[in-house]
Design a protein. Structure first.
Length: 298
């Protein structure tokens, strides 16, 4: 299955070539993803990744007529459940390597951004899942049983590379149906990931951005939706050395313009549109704590 060639085809294995070009084995070792004996972690990872690209399910493959091409199913399940592996670090190291290649292929003036987003993973039928929580779904405007998947990615306007993720539970203990398992070793990367999953969403988002920038990911802005565009969040992002772009919430917050304070609706009277739909009006204002904000009215 890994070979991907028949007896009459001598075409190089493009999948394996890509794995070697990206030095996946080296990145796995740096992320503590290794095995002491038996089939190597690199081979197990390659097999599981190839299943994804072929649209196949591990359970179904291990029960199909091709199961002789795989090793024991316990090998794969132990690999996926190992708490000492640092998958977040592996993803970040891989993202750094890929973005570095992209930088060498594009012009220096190309604007690069980090994209922050969250989505709800529903588990309404579950009961005993570790750290299962009651989370709010901003799309359906109601609470769901499940998790909030917080993701951070890098983009140059044409390509998108994921750089980090956090499967958030709930920071409020009263909203969690289950807690961290007592069998997890507190020294492992798995336990650290579980502790990060009960952080506040904004704190977890700042941590993802900080890790990405400290690892060498280059970005000029952070793109985020309305939920994240708050004054405390903007302040934390500016401390990281980059700017933020997001839709401003229409709240009672006051902005200072020309020495006077206005609400968001009040600022509209200072903007003059020229009638064309694609003409934007903008104002540079300051928030209550003195953060400069450029507001663009569409």
């Amino acid at each position: 299955m890994i070979n991907q060639m028949n007896q009459n085809d001598h075409t190089p294995n493009k999948f394996s070539d890509t794995m070697k070009e990206l030095q996946i084995g080296k990145l796995l070792r740096k992320s503590n993803i290794t095995k002491a004996c038996g089939i190597s972690a690199y081979e197990v990872f390659q097999f599981l990744l190839l299943l994804v690209f072929q649209g196949k399910n591990l359970f179904r493959f291990l029960n199909s007529k091709h199961k002789d091409q795989a090793v024991s199913k316990n090998t794969y399940y132990r690999f996926l459940n190992e708490t000492s592996y640092n998958w977040s670090r592996f993803l970040l190291l891989l993202a750094v390597k890929v973005t570095t290649v992209f930088h060498s292929l594009t012009r220096p003036e190309r604007v690069n951004v980090l994209v922050l987003d969250d989505s709800v993973i529903k588990r309404n039928r579950s009961k005993a899942v570790e750290l299962l929580a009651r989370v709010y779904d901003h799309v359906e405007h109601k609470y769901q049983k499940g998790f909030t998947l917080l993701t951070l990615g890098w983009s140059d306007g044409y390509s998108f590379i994921p750089t980090g993720f956090n499967m958030l539970s709930s920071a409020e203990k009263s909203n969690r149906y289950q807690e961290i398992s007592d069998t997890i070793d507190r020294r492992t990367n798995g336990f650290k990931a579980r502790k990060e999953s009960i952080m506040q969403k904004t704190d977890a988002a700042i941590l993802l951005m900080k890790n990405a920038l400290n690892s060498g990911i280059k970005a000029d802005y952070v793109l985020m939706d309305t939920w994240f565009t708050t004054e405390p969040m903007l302040k934390e992002i500016l401390l990281l050395g980059i700017d933020a772009i997001g839709m401003v919430k229409q709240l009672k917050q006051r902005y200072t313009y020309c020495g006077k304070q206005y609400t968001l609706l009040g600022l509209k009277q200072f903007v003059r549109f020229e009638g064309a739909k694609n003409i934007f009006g903008s104002l540079v204002v300051t928030t209550k704590t003195g953060i400069p904000v450029k507001i663009v009215f569409v």
